[in-house]
Design a protein around this ligand. Structure first.
Ligand SMILES: Cc1cc2nc3c(=O)[nH]c(=O)nc-3n(C[C@H](O)[C@H](O)[C@H](O)COP(=O)(O)OP(=O)(O)OC[C@H]3O[C@@H](n4cnc5c(N)ncnc54)[C@H](O)[C@@H]3O)c2cc1C
Length: 288
């Protein structure tokens, strides 16, 4: 099916891109086009204007400082996977990036585009939630930072306002004592996640001093599972899996489950605790 006609803008600077977005409130930003192009082709997105960032200068850098890593909006998933400076500071993000689709998708798709697409099965959103990332968002009228959890308000839906675009994703660098792990459940290699879990834990004297767990997949949006995080704090590492399986944290997710014909509610409520327990246990076994 041919896409509906749209005007393609290819600005060469961020300020030109912001002017183009300000001129047409229904314009869509295009980064790698891995998700937007299929949406256009299927008629599921019909913007009058597409503002492609492919020629836009200043958006393709990774700045890996001691306290913060800033990933420009045109940095591809492949670079996130392979960049040594980023990997040394944000191993969880690099690991999640390596799980994304195929090499083709990783070579073209961007981290920022992945987050802004807000697919519940994204690999990168749970990692960004655990790492407490923020999007640096700009419009012709100013700039703001918004937490990834705050930005995503439902499946394929964000709180970005007309005229706004993300220019970077910013990550505080976690202390190296955090252990981290990423686990993904798929039917076929290269698929989006049926379920995915990003986990960070800090162990002191054999017990979990702090835990962060974010789940995605069969949920309206990926979330930090705060009830489970609280349950895990103070628990001996050896008892972690039992704590996950014995908790009531799944009750908090009940309203957000996205069952379908192949993944009914009964299956999801049985599978997610086991999957999460395995993710936490693997992370604890991974060492500092
Ligand atoms: C076959 C296939 C398999 C895939 N498998 C996986 C997988 O296993 N795991 C996974 O996580 N992802 C997967 N993806 C998604 C992919 O990883 C990309 O992240 C995703 O397509 C979006 O990145 P993009 O740069 O291509 O964004 P685009 O397609 O260009 O844009 C996606 C959306 O984000 C918006 N957007 C993009 N950049 C910005 C910006 N800077 N500011 C504001 N809005 C913006 C666009 O307007 C659009 O709504 C898959 C995609 C395909 C096609």
């Amino acid at each position: 099916m041919p896409a509906a006609a749209f005007e393609l803008e290819r600005p060469e600077s961020v300020s030109e891109a912001l002017d183009a977005l300000a001129a047409e409130p229904d314009a869509r930003v295009m980064a790698g086009g891995q998700s937007l192009v299929p949406l256009l082709t299927l008629g599921l997105a019909v913007p009058p204007v597409v503002v492609s960032l492919d020629r836009c200068g200043g958006l393709a850098d990774i700045e890996a400082g001691p306290d913060e890593v800033a990933v420009g909006a045109m940095v591809t998933t492949r670079r996130v996977e392979l960049d040594a400076g980023l990997g040394a500071r944000l191993r969880l993000l690099a690991e999640a990036a390596a799980s994304v689709g195929s090499p083709h998708v990783r070579n073209f798709g961007t981290l920022a585009g992945n987050l802004c697409h807000a697919d519940p099965g994204s690999d990168l959103i749970p990692a960004a939630l655990c790492l407490e990332a923020e999007l640096e968002v700009r419009s012709a009228h100013g700039r703001r930072r918004v937490g990834v959890g705050e930005m995503i308000d439902g499946p394929f839906s964000t709180a970005l306002r007309p005229g706004e675009m993300a220019v970077a994703v910013r990550f505080p660098v976690p202390d190296p004592s955090w252990r981290c792990g990423y686990r993904k459940l798929v039917r076929r290699a290269g698929d989006l996640a049926m379920a995915c879990a990003a986990v960070m834990v800090r162990v002191e004297d054999g017990a979990m001093a702090e835990a962060r767990v974010a789940l995605g997949g069969p949920l309206r949006r990926a979330v930090r599972v705060r009830g489970l995080e609280a349950d895990l704090e103070g628990v001996a590492a050896a008892d972690a899996a039992g704590t996950v399986l014995g908790g009531t944290w799944m009750d908090d997710l009940a309203g957000d489950l996205l069952p379908d014909a192949t993944l009914p509610v009964d299956y999801l409520t049985a599978m997610l605790p086991r999957f999460t327990a395995a993710a936490v246990a693997e992370t604890l076994g991974a060492g500092p």
